[in-house]
Write a protein that binds this ligand. Sequence first.
Ligand SMILES: [Zn+2]
Ligand SMILES: [Zn+2]
Length: 438
Amino acid sequence: MANVVWHKNFRILLDLTRDDLDHPELPGLWDLIYAADRFYGRRGVPVSERDLQCGGVCRDMGVEAPMHLRMRGGRREAVHERREDEERHSVPMSDEHKAYQERILRVAHEGGFGGDSEVRTRVGRTWIQTDTLVEGADGRRIGWEVQLSTIDERGLRGVRARAGKAAKNGITPAWHTDRLAYAQRNDTHWTRSDRLPAHLIARNGDLRIVSGFRALDFWHCDTNALYPCPDGIRRCGKAHATARPRDIFFDDMVRQTAAGTIVPIQFRAGKTVHRYWVTSADRDRLDDLNSDDTRLPIERDAAPASGASRNRPTCQPTVAPPAHPSLPAQPAFPAQPSAPALETAPTAALLHADRHEQVTDTTTGLPTELITLQQAADDAHLRLQQLHDHHERDLQRKAWREAAEAAQAAVTHYARSKRLNRYEVEARLRQFVRHTAR
Ligand SMILES: [Zn+2]
Ligand SMILES: [Zn+2]
Protein backbone atom coordinates (compact mmCIF):
# COMPACT_ATOMS: atom_id res chain seq x y z
CA MET A 1 0.00 0.00 0.00
CA ALA A 2 1.00 3.51 -0.54
CA ASN A 3 -0.66 6.81 0.07
CA VAL A 4 0.45 8.57 -3.03
CA VAL A 5 -0.64 7.40 -6.46
CA TRP A 6 0.43 8.66 -9.87
CA HIS A 7 -2.26 8.85 -12.54
CA LYS A 8 -0.49 8.13 -15.83
CA ASN A 9 -3.05 9.75 -18.10
CA PHE A 10 -4.04 12.74 -15.98
CA ARG A 11 -0.36 13.17 -15.04
CA ILE A 12 -1.19 14.09 -11.46
CA LEU A 13 -0.29 12.72 -8.06
CA LEU A 14 -3.18 11.69 -5.84
CA ASP A 15 -2.87 11.87 -2.08
CA LEU A 16 -5.18 9.20 -0.70
CA THR A 17 -4.97 10.59 2.83
CA ARG A 18 -7.00 13.58 1.73
CA ASP A 19 -10.69 13.65 0.93
CA ASP A 20 -10.12 15.65 -2.24
CA LEU A 21 -6.90 13.72 -3.06
CA ASP A 22 -5.18 17.12 -2.69
CA HIS A 23 -6.93 18.33 -5.82
CA PRO A 24 -9.63 20.75 -4.66
CA GLU A 25 -9.85 22.00 -8.23
CA LEU A 26 -11.14 18.59 -9.39
CA PRO A 27 -14.29 17.73 -7.42
CA GLY A 28 -15.44 14.13 -7.60
CA LEU A 29 -11.98 12.93 -8.57
CA TRP A 30 -11.95 9.89 -6.30
CA ASP A 31 -15.35 8.66 -7.52
CA LEU A 32 -14.14 9.01 -11.09
CA ILE A 33 -10.87 7.11 -10.78
CA TYR A 34 -12.26 4.49 -8.45
CA ALA A 35 -15.15 3.75 -10.82
CA ALA A 36 -12.74 3.58 -13.75
CA ASP A 37 -10.43 1.19 -11.90
CA ARG A 38 -13.33 -1.06 -10.94
CA PHE A 39 -14.51 -1.02 -14.53
CA TYR A 40 -11.08 -2.07 -15.79
CA GLY A 41 -11.08 -4.82 -13.20
CA ARG A 42 -14.40 -6.23 -14.32
CA ARG A 43 -13.22 -6.19 -17.92
CA GLY A 44 -10.09 -8.12 -16.94
CA VAL A 45 -7.66 -5.35 -17.91
CA PRO A 46 -4.29 -6.13 -16.25
CA VAL A 47 -3.27 -3.67 -13.54
CA SER A 48 -0.10 -2.81 -15.45
CA GLU A 49 -2.23 -1.58 -18.36
CA ARG A 50 -4.45 0.65 -16.26
CA ASP A 51 -3.97 4.25 -15.19
CA LEU A 52 -2.34 4.07 -11.80
CA GLN A 53 1.19 3.68 -10.49
CA CYS A 54 2.83 4.10 -7.13
CA GLY A 55 3.60 7.78 -6.62
CA GLY A 56 5.66 7.26 -3.48
CA VAL A 57 8.98 5.56 -2.93
CA CYS A 58 8.72 3.58 -6.16
CA ARG A 59 8.27 6.66 -8.32
CA ASP A 60 10.97 8.50 -6.39
CA MET A 61 13.33 5.71 -7.31
CA GLY A 62 12.33 5.77 -10.94
CA VAL A 63 10.38 2.49 -10.80
CA GLU A 64 7.02 2.19 -12.54
CA ALA A 65 4.98 0.16 -10.06
CA PRO A 66 1.39 -0.59 -11.15
CA MET A 67 -1.33 -0.20 -8.53
CA HIS A 68 -5.02 -0.80 -8.18
CA LEU A 69 -7.55 0.72 -5.80
CA ARG A 70 -9.78 -0.83 -3.17
CA MET A 71 -11.97 0.15 -0.24
CA ARG A 72 -11.19 -1.51 3.10
CA GLY A 73 -13.38 -0.77 6.10
CA GLY A 74 -14.43 2.51 4.54
CA ARG A 75 -10.81 3.48 3.83
CA ARG A 76 -9.35 4.14 0.41
CA GLU A 77 -6.33 2.05 -0.38
CA ALA A 78 -3.96 1.69 -3.28
CA VAL A 79 -2.27 -1.70 -3.61
CA HIS A 80 0.93 -2.60 -5.45
CA GLU A 81 0.46 -5.30 -8.04
CA ARG A 82 3.93 -6.76 -7.46
CA ARG A 83 5.27 -7.88 -4.14
CA GLU A 84 8.75 -6.52 -4.91
CA ASP A 85 7.29 -3.02 -5.19
CA GLU A 86 5.45 -3.40 -1.91
CA GLU A 87 8.66 -4.49 -0.22
CA ARG A 88 10.37 -1.33 -1.32
CA HIS A 89 8.10 0.55 1.07
CA SER A 90 8.77 -1.61 4.08
CA VAL A 91 12.54 -1.12 4.14
CA PRO A 92 12.94 1.01 7.24
CA MET A 93 15.21 3.98 7.09
CA SER A 94 18.51 2.91 8.54
CA ASP A 95 19.85 4.41 11.73
CA GLU A 96 22.75 5.80 9.73
CA HIS A 97 20.38 7.55 7.38
CA LYS A 98 18.43 9.05 10.27
CA ALA A 99 21.67 10.14 11.88
CA TYR A 100 22.62 11.99 8.69
CA GLN A 101 19.24 13.70 8.53
CA GLU A 102 19.56 14.83 12.13
CA ARG A 103 23.10 16.00 11.66
CA ILE A 104 22.25 18.05 8.57
CA LEU A 105 19.39 19.76 10.37
CA ARG A 106 21.37 20.38 13.54
CA VAL A 107 24.33 21.84 11.69
CA ALA A 108 22.06 23.97 9.52
CA HIS A 109 20.29 25.36 12.56
CA GLU A 110 23.58 26.13 14.26
CA GLY A 111 24.52 28.06 11.15
CA GLY A 112 21.31 30.07 11.34
CA PHE A 113 19.45 28.18 8.62
CA GLY A 114 16.11 26.43 8.75
CA GLY A 115 15.27 23.04 7.37
CA ASP A 116 13.22 19.90 7.66
CA SER A 117 13.22 16.24 6.73
CA GLU A 118 10.92 14.47 4.28
CA VAL A 119 9.77 17.70 2.71
CA ARG A 120 7.22 17.64 -0.03
CA THR A 121 7.43 20.60 -2.39
CA ARG A 122 4.46 21.20 -4.62
CA VAL A 123 5.40 21.56 -8.28
CA GLY A 124 2.41 22.20 -10.49
CA ARG A 125 0.30 19.07 -10.21
CA THR A 126 3.03 16.90 -8.70
CA TRP A 127 5.53 17.06 -5.85
CA ILE A 128 9.19 16.84 -5.18
CA GLN A 129 10.02 14.75 -2.16
CA THR A 130 13.24 15.82 -0.48
CA ASP A 131 15.09 13.75 2.08
CA THR A 132 16.32 16.78 4.03
CA LEU A 133 15.76 20.30 2.83
CA VAL A 134 17.90 23.16 4.13
CA GLU A 135 16.59 26.69 3.70
CA GLY A 136 19.70 28.72 3.02
CA ALA A 137 20.50 32.39 2.50
CA ASP A 138 18.79 34.48 -0.18
CA GLY A 139 16.05 31.92 -0.80
CA ARG A 140 18.60 29.21 -1.54
CA ARG A 141 17.26 25.68 -0.96
CA ILE A 142 19.60 22.72 -0.66
CA GLY A 143 17.97 19.33 -1.12
CA TRP A 144 20.04 16.68 0.66
CA GLU A 145 19.53 13.11 -0.48
CA VAL A 146 21.40 10.53 1.55
CA GLN A 147 21.94 7.18 -0.20
CA LEU A 148 23.87 4.78 1.97
CA SER A 149 25.26 1.35 1.28
CA THR A 150 22.26 -0.10 3.05
CA ILE A 151 20.09 0.34 -0.04
CA ASP A 152 20.57 -1.69 -3.15
CA GLU A 153 21.64 -0.34 -6.49
CA ARG A 154 18.14 -0.35 -7.96
CA GLY A 155 17.32 2.48 -5.64
CA LEU A 156 19.55 4.68 -7.71
CA ARG A 157 17.48 4.63 -10.84
CA GLY A 158 16.39 8.02 -12.04
CA VAL A 159 18.96 9.99 -10.05
CA ARG A 160 19.64 12.39 -12.89
CA ALA A 161 15.94 12.95 -13.52
CA ARG A 162 15.23 13.57 -9.86
CA ALA A 163 18.21 15.85 -9.39
CA GLY A 164 17.31 17.68 -12.60
CA LYS A 165 13.72 18.18 -11.53
CA ALA A 166 14.80 19.51 -8.16
CA ALA A 167 17.29 21.90 -9.75
CA LYS A 168 14.71 23.12 -12.22
CA ASN A 169 12.43 23.97 -9.32
CA GLY A 170 14.89 25.92 -7.28
CA ILE A 171 16.29 23.15 -5.10
CA THR A 172 20.03 22.55 -5.39
CA PRO A 173 20.40 18.77 -5.22
CA ALA A 174 23.10 17.53 -2.84
CA TRP A 175 23.46 13.74 -2.91
CA HIS A 176 25.57 12.13 -0.26
CA THR A 177 26.70 8.53 0.05
CA ASP A 178 29.17 6.29 1.85
CA ARG A 179 29.62 3.99 -1.11
CA LEU A 180 32.43 4.39 -3.62
CA ALA A 181 30.41 3.09 -6.55
CA TYR A 182 27.78 5.78 -6.11
CA ALA A 183 30.27 8.55 -5.64
CA GLN A 184 31.91 7.67 -8.95
CA ARG A 185 28.67 8.09 -10.84
CA ASN A 186 28.46 11.30 -12.75
CA ASP A 187 24.70 11.74 -12.73
CA THR A 188 24.69 14.39 -10.03
CA HIS A 189 27.04 16.18 -7.64
CA TRP A 190 27.79 13.30 -5.28
CA THR A 191 29.72 13.70 -2.07
CA ARG A 192 31.05 10.76 -0.13
CA SER A 193 32.11 10.02 3.41
CA ASP A 194 33.60 6.83 4.79
CA ARG A 195 31.17 4.23 6.02
CA LEU A 196 30.49 4.98 9.66
CA PRO A 197 28.12 3.66 12.32
CA ALA A 198 25.12 5.79 13.26
CA HIS A 199 26.47 6.85 16.65
CA LEU A 200 29.53 8.39 15.02
CA ILE A 201 27.52 10.16 12.34
CA ALA A 202 25.22 11.59 14.98
CA ARG A 203 28.04 12.92 17.14
CA ASN A 204 29.55 16.36 16.86
CA GLY A 205 32.95 15.04 15.96
CA ASP A 206 34.73 15.34 12.64
CA LEU A 207 32.89 13.88 9.73
CA ARG A 208 34.78 14.29 6.51
CA ILE A 209 33.70 14.41 2.91
CA VAL A 210 36.43 12.50 1.11
CA SER A 211 35.24 12.99 -2.43
CA GLY A 212 33.01 15.36 -4.34
CA PHE A 213 34.60 18.64 -3.32
CA ARG A 214 37.47 20.14 -5.31
CA ALA A 215 39.79 23.07 -5.26
CA LEU A 216 40.57 24.64 -8.60
CA ASP A 217 44.14 25.51 -9.49
CA PHE A 218 44.39 28.35 -11.94
CA TRP A 219 47.64 28.34 -13.82
CA HIS A 220 49.33 29.75 -16.82
CA CYS A 221 50.35 27.45 -19.63
CA ASP A 222 54.03 28.24 -19.97
CA THR A 223 57.25 26.30 -19.45
CA ASN A 224 57.00 26.72 -15.67
CA ALA A 225 53.59 25.09 -15.49
CA LEU A 226 53.18 21.96 -13.34
CA TYR A 227 50.37 20.49 -15.38
CA PRO A 228 50.34 19.45 -19.02
CA CYS A 229 48.38 21.64 -21.40
CA PRO A 230 44.85 20.19 -21.64
CA ASP A 231 44.59 21.36 -25.24
CA GLY A 232 47.79 19.91 -26.67
CA ILE A 233 51.34 18.79 -26.27
CA ARG A 234 52.99 22.16 -26.40
CA ARG A 235 52.53 25.19 -24.18
CA CYS A 236 49.73 27.36 -25.48
CA GLY A 237 50.26 30.47 -23.36
CA LYS A 238 46.67 30.53 -22.16
CA ALA A 239 45.24 30.26 -18.69
CA HIS A 240 43.79 26.91 -17.59
CA ALA A 241 42.04 25.48 -14.57
CA THR A 242 42.76 22.11 -13.00
CA ALA A 243 40.57 20.56 -10.32
CA ARG A 244 42.21 18.90 -7.32
CA PRO A 245 40.23 16.69 -4.92
CA ARG A 246 40.18 18.09 -1.43
CA ASP A 247 38.67 16.90 1.81
CA ILE A 248 36.17 19.09 3.58
CA PHE A 249 34.21 18.70 6.79
CA PHE A 250 30.66 17.57 6.25
CA ASP A 251 29.35 20.29 8.58
CA ASP A 252 31.15 22.98 6.59
CA MET A 253 29.62 21.56 3.45
CA VAL A 254 26.11 21.80 4.91
CA ARG A 255 26.56 25.35 6.12
CA GLN A 256 28.48 26.72 3.17
CA THR A 257 26.13 25.30 0.56
CA ALA A 258 23.31 26.98 2.48
CA ALA A 259 25.27 30.21 2.56
CA GLY A 260 26.11 29.94 -1.12
CA THR A 261 29.87 29.93 -0.64
CA ILE A 262 30.13 26.34 -1.88
CA VAL A 263 28.37 25.69 -5.16
CA PRO A 264 27.95 22.84 -7.64
CA ILE A 265 29.66 23.08 -11.02
CA GLN A 266 29.91 21.04 -14.15
CA PHE A 267 33.40 20.76 -15.51
CA ARG A 268 34.05 19.38 -18.92
CA ALA A 269 37.26 17.44 -19.41
CA GLY A 270 37.47 15.81 -22.81
CA LYS A 271 34.14 14.17 -23.46
CA THR A 272 33.18 13.71 -19.85
CA VAL A 273 31.21 16.19 -17.81
CA HIS A 274 32.36 16.02 -14.22
CA ARG A 275 30.09 17.25 -11.48
CA TYR A 276 31.42 18.40 -8.17
CA TRP A 277 31.41 21.17 -5.60
CA VAL A 278 33.77 24.12 -5.40
CA THR A 279 33.93 27.41 -3.54
CA SER A 280 31.91 30.20 -5.11
CA ALA A 281 35.18 32.13 -5.53
CA ASP A 282 36.60 29.29 -7.63
CA ARG A 283 33.37 29.08 -9.60
CA ASP A 284 33.49 32.80 -10.38
CA ARG A 285 37.07 32.49 -11.52
CA LEU A 286 36.25 29.54 -13.72
CA ASP A 287 33.41 31.53 -15.26
CA ASP A 288 35.86 34.30 -16.04
CA LEU A 289 38.22 31.80 -17.61
CA ASN A 290 35.58 30.15 -19.75
CA SER A 291 33.94 33.35 -20.81
CA ASP A 292 34.53 34.83 -24.16
CA ASP A 293 33.86 38.24 -25.61
CA THR A 294 30.59 36.93 -26.96
CA ARG A 295 29.71 35.13 -23.74
CA LEU A 296 30.66 37.58 -21.05
CA PRO A 297 30.30 36.35 -17.49
CA ILE A 298 27.09 37.37 -15.78
CA GLU A 299 27.35 40.66 -13.98
CA ARG A 300 27.69 40.12 -10.27
CA ASP A 301 27.26 42.51 -7.45
CA ALA A 302 30.78 43.50 -6.60
CA ALA A 303 29.77 44.88 -3.22
CA PRO A 304 27.40 43.41 -0.65
CA ALA A 305 23.99 44.98 -1.08
CA SER A 306 23.48 45.75 2.58
CA GLY A 307 25.15 48.26 4.83
CA ALA A 308 26.63 51.64 4.14
CA SER A 309 28.01 52.11 0.69
CA ARG A 310 31.65 51.46 0.82
CA ASN A 311 33.63 53.92 -1.13
CA ARG A 312 35.58 51.95 -3.59
CA PRO A 313 39.04 53.14 -4.37
CA THR A 314 39.04 55.19 -7.51
CA CYS A 315 41.86 53.21 -8.98
CA GLN A 316 39.69 51.70 -11.67
CA PRO A 317 42.00 50.34 -14.29
CA THR A 318 41.56 51.35 -17.84
CA VAL A 319 42.22 49.07 -20.69
CA ALA A 320 43.69 51.38 -23.17
CA PRO A 321 45.21 49.50 -26.06
CA PRO A 322 48.81 48.86 -25.13
CA ALA A 323 51.28 50.73 -27.24
CA HIS A 324 53.06 47.49 -28.06
CA PRO A 325 50.85 44.48 -28.48
CA SER A 326 53.68 42.10 -27.59
CA LEU A 327 52.69 41.71 -23.99
CA PRO A 328 55.62 42.47 -21.66
CA ALA A 329 55.27 41.43 -18.05
CA GLN A 330 53.34 44.47 -16.98
CA PRO A 331 52.23 45.22 -13.48
CA ALA A 332 48.55 44.39 -13.05
CA PHE A 333 47.52 48.00 -12.94
CA PRO A 334 49.66 50.50 -14.74
CA ALA A 335 49.92 53.62 -12.62
CA GLN A 336 49.43 55.70 -15.67
CA PRO A 337 47.18 54.53 -18.41
CA SER A 338 48.92 54.93 -21.71
CA ALA A 339 45.90 56.52 -23.35
CA PRO A 340 42.69 58.14 -22.21
CA ALA A 341 40.10 55.58 -21.24
CA LEU A 342 37.52 57.17 -23.47
CA GLU A 343 39.34 56.06 -26.56
CA THR A 344 38.20 52.50 -26.01
CA ALA A 345 34.54 53.29 -25.49
CA PRO A 346 32.50 52.05 -28.43
CA THR A 347 30.96 55.37 -29.35
CA ALA A 348 34.28 57.12 -29.42
CA ALA A 349 35.74 54.39 -31.56
CA LEU A 350 32.85 54.47 -33.97
CA LEU A 351 32.79 58.20 -34.32
CA HIS A 352 36.44 58.05 -34.96
CA ALA A 353 35.97 55.41 -37.62
CA ASP A 354 33.25 57.34 -39.33
CA ARG A 355 35.00 60.61 -39.51
CA HIS A 356 38.31 59.44 -40.83
CA GLU A 357 39.42 57.23 -43.60
CA GLN A 358 39.94 53.82 -42.02
CA VAL A 359 43.45 52.53 -41.87
CA THR A 360 43.41 48.99 -43.17
CA ASP A 361 45.69 46.19 -42.18
CA THR A 362 47.29 44.83 -45.32
CA THR A 363 47.34 41.17 -44.28
CA THR A 364 43.73 40.80 -43.23
CA GLY A 365 42.06 43.67 -44.98
CA LEU A 366 40.50 44.58 -41.64
CA PRO A 367 40.69 48.06 -40.15
CA THR A 368 43.65 48.29 -37.78
CA GLU A 369 41.26 49.79 -35.28
CA LEU A 370 39.42 46.50 -34.98
CA ILE A 371 42.69 44.69 -34.44
CA THR A 372 43.71 47.13 -31.75
CA LEU A 373 40.39 46.84 -29.96
CA GLN A 374 40.42 43.05 -30.08
CA GLN A 375 43.99 42.98 -28.79
CA ALA A 376 42.99 45.27 -25.95
CA ALA A 377 40.08 43.01 -25.04
CA ASP A 378 42.24 39.89 -25.17
CA ASP A 379 44.92 41.57 -23.07
CA ALA A 380 42.34 42.59 -20.49
CA HIS A 381 41.02 39.02 -20.35
CA LEU A 382 44.50 37.57 -20.01
CA ARG A 383 45.28 39.97 -17.20
CA LEU A 384 42.10 38.89 -15.43
CA GLN A 385 43.36 35.31 -15.42
CA GLN A 386 46.60 36.41 -13.79
CA LEU A 387 45.01 38.18 -10.85
CA HIS A 388 44.26 36.46 -7.56
CA ASP A 389 42.89 39.21 -5.35
CA HIS A 390 39.10 39.26 -5.30
CA HIS A 391 38.74 43.03 -5.46
CA GLU A 392 41.31 43.40 -8.19
CA ARG A 393 39.52 40.72 -10.15
CA ASP A 394 36.21 42.55 -9.90
CA LEU A 395 37.78 45.70 -11.27
CA GLN A 396 39.63 43.90 -14.01
CA ARG A 397 36.52 41.94 -14.99
CA LYS A 398 34.74 45.24 -15.48
CA ALA A 399 37.63 46.58 -17.51
CA TRP A 400 37.64 43.48 -19.68
CA ARG A 401 33.89 43.66 -20.14
CA GLU A 402 34.17 47.23 -21.38
CA ALA A 403 37.01 46.40 -23.72
CA ALA A 404 35.20 43.36 -25.08
CA GLU A 405 32.02 45.31 -25.60
CA ALA A 406 33.96 47.99 -27.45
CA ALA A 407 35.53 45.39 -29.74
CA GLN A 408 32.18 43.69 -30.31
CA ALA A 409 30.46 46.96 -31.13
CA ALA A 410 33.19 47.92 -33.55
CA VAL A 411 32.95 44.56 -35.33
CA THR A 412 29.19 44.91 -35.63
CA HIS A 413 29.49 48.41 -36.98
CA TYR A 414 32.18 47.51 -39.47
CA ALA A 415 30.36 44.41 -40.76
CA ARG A 416 27.15 46.32 -41.15
CA SER A 417 28.69 49.27 -42.93
CA LYS A 418 30.57 46.98 -45.35
CA ARG A 419 27.66 44.55 -45.68
CA LEU A 420 29.79 41.68 -44.52
CA ASN A 421 28.87 38.62 -42.50
CA ARG A 422 29.50 39.65 -38.93
CA TYR A 423 30.45 36.18 -37.78
CA GLU A 424 33.07 35.83 -40.48
CA VAL A 425 34.55 39.21 -39.73
CA GLU A 426 34.83 38.29 -36.08
CA ALA A 427 36.33 34.89 -36.84
CA ARG A 428 38.93 36.41 -39.16
CA LEU A 429 39.76 39.08 -36.62
CA ARG A 430 40.24 36.60 -33.80
CA GLN A 431 42.22 34.22 -35.92
CA PHE A 432 44.59 37.04 -36.77
CA VAL A 433 44.87 38.56 -33.31
CA ARG A 434 45.19 35.31 -31.41
CA HIS A 435 47.27 33.23 -33.74
CA THR A 436 49.16 35.52 -36.05
CA ALA A 437 49.65 38.96 -34.63
CA ARG A 438 51.94 38.06 -31.74
ZN1 LIG B 1 5.46 1.85 -4.30
ZN1 LIG C 1 47.72 25.19 -22.65
